[in-house]
Design a protein around this ligand. Structure first.
Ligand SMILES: Nc1ncnc2c1ncn2[C@@H]1O[C@H](COP(=O)(O)OP(=O)(O)O)[C@@H](O)[C@H]1O
Ligand SMILES: [Mg+2]
Length: 476
């Protein structure tokens, strides 16, 4: 057995490998969230009114004697004063006096909100900062506020009129007109936006991943279907225009995936190789017809004679996919209006014959469950190496289950990121209920990026290596 996928195998917890995979697969979401957050940060910065800051520095001194002890005590006294002074600087009185002096058009409360005073520990210095929309007014306010504070201290610290004040404040450094605004802090805003955007993006990616209940890896597919994954078919946009792959000259990754699929089919049951295979899935548009057609073509490439039957009598597609006549086919034979030989069509691909579905009958389930259907399948089995049957979705109608019961086995398809886990297990239940033999599961339309990161090779490491050495991985 090849190296199993490590990620996710240790319970439900998200481990580092899962996280890396998640980030790789959801990088667009994460980038988008980050870009939006950065744009918001830039917008906020642009919308913020620029604020200028002017600074003064005050020095607090106390009247002291000449002796060392007195100087020391004076210093201590000043340091204790400093703390109260910073409070007073940011207080109502000084703000009110400053407004009156400068005749400012604001309330004391507003000015207080723009004043910061802070003392450096163990010093007698106080820094005063004043914010304002105008740099000149910021300077004027800072200077006026400092001057007003000097006189306020003089009033407060003079015990009685005419006496020497206990403490004195001088404006050690006056304010100058600030050249650049201190707000908005654009680079800080952008950094915060970047970090928050990234975190948000990763968070959303993780939540989306936890809420995602679609099939996205082979391990899940195996768990639900209880059979091995026989193919992981990449998404290939050119299949929408031309569903059939020209295997004789195509070495793209999708062609290689179908060749690997063919090899895996031959190993399914070596003693009793299944030759009549029904291809089905839970819902419409999960790639049944495209997959049935291409596995038939891949088998034909290996010199097998192959007949492809369109067993989807409700939404037949193979006639259109192969440019064949659609009006006569399976339903025509089943109603006895033509023989098999009359309606089997050769295709432009050597080795591949097709039985289209024919005119759409009113009772497909009944027709497909009839004895004549069994006979047709038996006759085709006798004449071809492989009979590949395309079918309707299992959750919509019983047709596929009926066909499956008359075949050697079923290949059940899940579409990457679309097929829901519960739908798939429902479909598998329907198959088991009619006693159909499940041969293998196919994951299809796997995005190329996810194919390289999610895939582990069921049949050993060579599968993956072959895919890479073909050089077709870059091709879409
Ligand atoms: N491997 C693939 N890569 C890209 N497109 C695909 C692939 N397989 C199928 N499709 C497209 O998906 C659509 C549904 O495919 P189809 O085979 O008709 O599904 P179903 O038979 O399950 O309804 C079609 O448009 C088809 O071209
Ligand atoms: Mg179809």
């Amino acid at each position: 057995m090849g190296p199993r996928k490590v990620a996710g195998s240790e319970g439900q917890a998200l481990n580092i490998q899962d996280l890396i995979k998640l980030l790789r697969n959801r990088w667009m979401l994460i980038c988008a969230t980050t870009a939006i957050a950065v744009l918001i940060a830039v917008a906020i910065s642009l919308l913020t009114t620029p604020l200028y800051q002017a600074t003064t520095r005050l020095f607090v001194s106390t009247t002291t004697g000449a002796s060392a002890t007195e100087i020391y005590q004076g210093n201590l006294f000043s340091q204790q004063r400093v703390v109260s002074y910073t409070e007073l600087l940011m207080g109502e009185t000084v703000a009110q006096r400053t407004i009156e002096k400068l005749d400012l058009d604001m309330t004391a409360e507003e000015l207080r909100g723009n004043v910061r005073a802070s003392a450096k520990p163990d010093t007698v210095l106080i820094d005063v900062q004043v914010l304002d929309e105008s740099p000149v007014r910021a300077r004027d306010a800072a200077d006026a506020l400092s001057d007003e504070f000097v006189s306020l201290v003089r009033e407060l610290e003079t015990p009685e009129a005419g006496a020497k004040p206990d403490a004195r404040v001088v404006v050690e450094q006056r304010a100058s007109i600030p050249a650049d605004p201190v707000y908005p802090k654009t680079s800080r805003n952008v950094t915060v936006g970047l970090v928050l955007g990234l975190l948000l993006g990763v968070g959303v990616a993780i939540i989306r991943d936890l809420l995602d209940n679609t099939v996205k890896d082979e391990e899940t597919l195996e768990q639900i279907t209880t059979v091995g994954v026989v193919a992981n078919i990449p998404l290939d946009k050119s299949r929408r225009k031309e569903p059939g792959i020209s295997f004789d000259n195509d070495h793209s990754s999708i062609a290689e995936a179908f060749r690997e699929f063919r090899t895996n089919l031959q190993f399914l049951d070596v003693d009793n190789p299944p030759r009549v295979l029904v291809v089905t899935s839970s819902l419409p548009s999960e790639g049944k017809s495209t997959t049935a057609l291409n596995i038939a073509l891949a088998l034909a490439e290996a010199e097998h004679s192959v007949v492809l039957i369109d067993g989807d009598m409700r939404r037949p597609k193979l006639d259109a996919y192969l440019n064949l006549v659609g009006s006569v086919g399976f339903s025509t034979v089943l109603t006895g209006r033509a023989t098999l030989k009359d309606v089997l069509q050769k295709t432009r691909f050597p080795g591949l014959s097709v039985l289209t579905s024919g005119a759409i009958p009113p009772n497909p389930s009944e027709l497909l469950g009839s004895m004549s259907a069994k006979k047709v399948l038996a006759e085709l089995r006798a004449n071809f190496d492989f009979v590949i049957v395309d079918s309707s979705p299992l959750l919509a109608v019983t047709d596929a289950a009926i066909l499956a019961a008359n075949s050697d086995g079923v290949l059940v398809i899940a579409r990457y990121g679309e097929t829901k886990r519960d739908q798939l297990s429902h479909a598998v239940g329907n198959l088991k209920a009619v006693g159909a033999r499940l041969l293998g599961a196919v994951l299809t339309m796997t995005p190329v990026r996810a194919a390289s990161s999610y895939s582990y090779s069921y049949y050993g490491p060579t599968g993956d290596e072959r895919k890479r050495s073909s050089g077709g991985e870059k091709k879409q």
